[in-house]
Design a protein around this ligand. Structure first.
Ligand code: ZN
Length: 314
């Protein structure tokens, strides 16, 4: 029974996941970054204790997925946008001390990638790339069941690889990053910049709304969707050319409208990956649903402490 903790910018989800990858109980607390790390970790402990009580189970390990950067080797939180005053805090050591079990932490993209690799659409794939597209683009590379890391255990930032040097400026300081072109907010920004006078659907043009309008035949929304699909396709084609993985698994809120994007994604990969056997790379949708982050967090524990454990149950 693994305690799972998913630390996001606005909320922290906590649950217990069994050895088949099923979430037995879940709850969440606001991250409330300004109230300080100590208060947040105290609520996590409280929620985990409560989860033990309601399931009548004892936690035997804890896995954490967190918005990054985080340092899996030491367990420390790095310089995170959402909670800059938590830098240097160590949830791994704190939870180890409290629960007296093994605790592991990974960047949330790597955690979700591990979840799909262990219990989801990426099962039995030797070379797996997981891509989540929502307000940002997160990518996790799992080769032979292990998270690929850079120097000093760093997480490669594939969402910030350049797609178009003349593209919009990105908060990372560069321009034309994948994130600046192919996220939900990127789609929304393009719509806002291209709205003609008298456009009838000006209010709350979220990425989801744009997709709905495109399905209903709205011409401008269809152009926004086509642009989104093309930039997603270019980034994914780059990944195919660079890594030729067995599978790319796509998740995140924007991918709930994957029906609008997949055709162009496939065409873009086919047009740009001629020197590699791109037809052998399966493009699949994430299969773990709304609990993907918690399931991924649990899988973080397996990755460190029991790499061959936690078998999939149908
Ligand atoms: Zn960037």
């Amino acid at each position: 029974m693994i305690g799972a903790v998913d630390i996001g910018g606005t909320k922290i989800a906590v649950g217990i996941v069994n050895a088949g990858g099923q979430v037995l109980t879940r709850s969440q607390v606001p991250t409330n970054a300004d109230a300080g790390y100590r208060r947040a970790i105290d609520s996590v402990v409280q929620r985990l204790r409560h989860a033990e009580k309601v399931t009548n189970q004892k936690i035997t390990g804890i896995g954490i997925g967190s918005t990054g950067p985080v340092y899996p080797l030491t367990g420390e939180i790095g310089d995170v946008n959402f909670f800059p005053n938590w830098k240097g805090e160590n949830p791994v050591k704190d939870l180890e001390r409290t629960f007296n079990v093994g605790v592991a932490i990974e960047n949330d993209a790597d955690a979700a990638a591990l979840g799909e690799s262990g219990w989801g659409a990426g099962r039995n794939k030797t070379r797996l790339i997981y891509v989540t597209v929502g307000t940002g683009i997160g990518v996790g590379l799992i080769f032979d069941g292990k998270v690929y890391r850079g120097v000093d255990y760093s997480h490669p930032e594939i969402g910030h690889h350049m797609i178009d040097p003349s593209g919009p400026s990105c908060y990372c300081g560069f321009s034309g990053c994948w994130e600046s072109l192919a996220t939900g907010p990127a789609m929304e920004a393009w719509m806002a910049d291209n709205l003609p006078a008298g456009y009838p659907h000006r209010e709350s043009l979220t990425a989801k709304k744009i997709c709905d309008l495109a399905r209903a035949g709205d011409n401008l929304a269809q152009r926004a969707v086509e642009r989104e699909a093309r930039y997603l396709g270019v980034g994914l084609a780059n990944l195919v050319t660079l890594y030729v993985p067995d599978a790319i698994v796509l998740g995140g809120s924007v991918m709930k409208s994957s029906d609008l994007f997949l055709d162009t994604i496939h065409k873009t990969i086919a047009a740009s990956c001629h020197f590699v056997p791109y037809e052998r790379t399966q493009v699949a949708l994430a299969s773990l649903g709304e609990d993907a982050n918690l399931i991924g967090a649990a899988r973080v524990w397996y990755h460190k402490f029991a790499p061959s454990g936690g078998s999939y149950v149908d």
